[in-house]
Design a protein around this ligand. Structure first.
Ligand code: NAP
Length: 286
């Protein structure tokens, strides 16, 4: 018989899934997702570096967490286990962006983005997998992006990290299915949530860079689009709460505007020179 978790908020609160650990929950989509999950009756343990200092999220247990630091991950995991027990769901949302031309990136900038977005995610997964295997079930949701499916100019470091997440997650899903673990990728388009604090510019993007003019046009259109026309982050949070109440997770959830979803389809069917022209015209418009 099919199990449906859609009544988790009402009479059946002991049903699985119940306990969610979420990283990067102090701001942006992680914050909105944590709030939506708490409002839907999930037990949410939220992690971010700024928890334990000034920030907190109502309805969630907030613990300090730096996903790039093994000791911090262990501390978070130990505390979270004490508070809420084995996680039924891990949501990896922590992420940073450094905008720049591929040629402009310092190796340390590329490493920093990969450390947070990819290695940080993989470290969290390594931490929870033994726990989930032991309980014979679990769900892992990795925040990728539309950038995990196609490239956007001047987001090379971020796009590389999100492509890494995509490939890793597909392998993870195949390997962990026999242990009752499901893996889902969330691929948001631009949302009205992203904090400028996590959106930096490569130090190599100097005024005399040959890419500067295109870079300024491209980044202005990204920032302007997200802040004015970006999707609603509360709706994304609710979509994640809703999908977690289902018996099975889809492999991917693209959450964005129709033209962002269309860009993914066009990327897979159009010849690359045609697609490149469309993307360049859209972002750079020189
Ligand atoms: N917003 C969008 O339009 C959009 C679109 C596509 C994909 N995404 C993805 O969605 C996720 C959230 O992005 P956002 O733009 O909404 O969020 P954001 O406002 O940029 O916030 C980033 C979050 O990551 C946390 N974080 C950064 N480094 C961390 C670390 N080392 N350890 C633990 N936490 C860390 C930050 O908290 P602390 O500083 O407190 O640690 C913060 O809570 C990211 O994975 C991003 O790639 C967002």
């Amino acid at each position: 018989m099919k199990k449906d978790f859609s009544n988790i908020n009402d009479s059946n609160k002991n049903e699985w899934p119940k306990t969610v650990w979420i990283t990067g929950a102090s701001s942006g989509l992680g914050l909105h997702t944590a709030q939506a999950l708490a409002a839907n009756g999930f037990t949410v343990v939220a992690g971010a570096r700024s928890f334990g200092k000034e920030k907190t999220v109502s309805g969630c247990r907030c613990l300090p967490l730096d996903v790039t630091d093994a000791a911090s991950i262990s501390g978070f995991s130990d505390q979270a286990m004490k508070i809420a027990g084995t996680p039924d769901v891990l949501i990896n949302c922590a992420g940073i962006v450094i905008l720049g031309a591929c040629e402009s990136y310092e190796l340390d900038e590329l490493r920093e983005v990969m450390e947070t977005n990819f290695y940080g995610m993989a470290s969290m997964i390594s931490k929870v997998l033994p726990l989930m295997r032991e309980q014979g079930r679990g769900r892992i949701i990795n925040f990728s992006s539309i950038n995990g499916l196609l490239g956007i100019p001047f987001e090379g470091a971020y796009t590389a990290s999100k492509h890494a997440i995509e490939g890793y997650s597909e392998c993870l899903a195949l390997e962990t299915k026999p242990f009752g673990i499901e893996v889902m990728l969330v691929e948001p388009g631009g949302h009205r949530s992203s904090s400028k604090a996590y959106r930096r510019y490569s130090v190599g993007m100097t005024d005399d860079s040959p890419y500067k003019k295109a870079f300024d046009l491209g980044t202005a259109s990204i920032v302007e689009y997200n802040s004015v026309n970006g999707s609603n982050p509360d709706e994304l949070g609710q979509k994640i709460a809703d999908v977690l109440k289902k018996e099975h997770l889809p492999r991917r959830m693209i959450i964005g505007k129709p033209k962002q979803r269309l860009s993914v389809i066009m990327h897979s069917i159009l010849p690359s020179d045609v697609f490149d022209r469309i993307i360049s015209n859209y972002y750079i418009k020189q």
